[in-house]
Write a protein that binds this ligand. Sequence first.
Ligand code: ASP
Length: 311
Amino acid sequence: MFALALHGGAGTIARTALTPALEADYRAALRAALATGTALLAGGAPALDAVEATVRSLEDCPLFNAGRGAVFTHDGHHEMDAAIMDGATRRAGAVAGVRTVQNPIRAARLVMEATEHVLLAYPGADELAREHGLPLQPPAYFFTQQRFDQLQEAIAAGRVQLDHAAATASVPDPNWKKGTVGAVARDVRGHLAAATSTGGMTNKRYSRIGDAPLIGAGTWADERCAVSCTGHGEFFIRAVAGHDIACLMAYKGLSLAEACRVVVHDKLAPIGGEGGLIAVDAAGQLALPFNSEGMYRASRNAAGEEVVSIY
Ligand code: ASP
């Protein structure tokens, strides 16, 4: 028995801004990523391999704000964050502010497996990826016109915004792409893992680091649960969202669903923490709560039932 959940970002996903054709593209990309992870888990692969492959598939798709298609910083660059964590061993790796790595989630795993560190940032992280032969790309690879336009609008409005906030901006553009990405899995041995990858927030100050690469905030896995978050990162950092779910389960005896509900609706929402998360527990139960208008998501539960949803 195995279970898998993934997300492609949460936020104000306006139904009016999503044309039927674009919605079909998102659903197809989410389904393809789910199929990638499912095939690995069904073949007995570790949860760690499944979440990495699932996230890679989403990083390669320009529809999502991770890898190819990442949002722009205020000064017009891409700075990407990613983290991966293995619940059974509590090993973790993360990168922040990488500018050249095609698949930041691979660099995060490299930090975990090839160094004694947990988090590498900026040129040193790009350099590690280069040394180990990971594919690097020039800025043009990460460029998408829609996200560049989104930056100009965010600068004009003087705001730092969630990728998805653009969908309800003054000029709704059906081509605006959305979504930090993440995956959580429980493999056939009962081990859990989580992975998250993002370009961060549009118009962020250069060198800003979000919640995704911070172990315990946007990404967490132990023997009890695996969690990947998406939303306004500063609030997820202040709530230590991922680890809080593990704590509520461990110290308060809450179920996964209840712990996730408390964090997303009782803790994050009141302080303005718009977003959501995906989580899995050791029994293969899944939770995919969000307090925003929508969250791109897909899952396959322990019974083999697959769901792809946006709202
Ligand atoms: N959590 C991400 C960040 O703040 C953004 C997102 O999930 O869309 O960097």
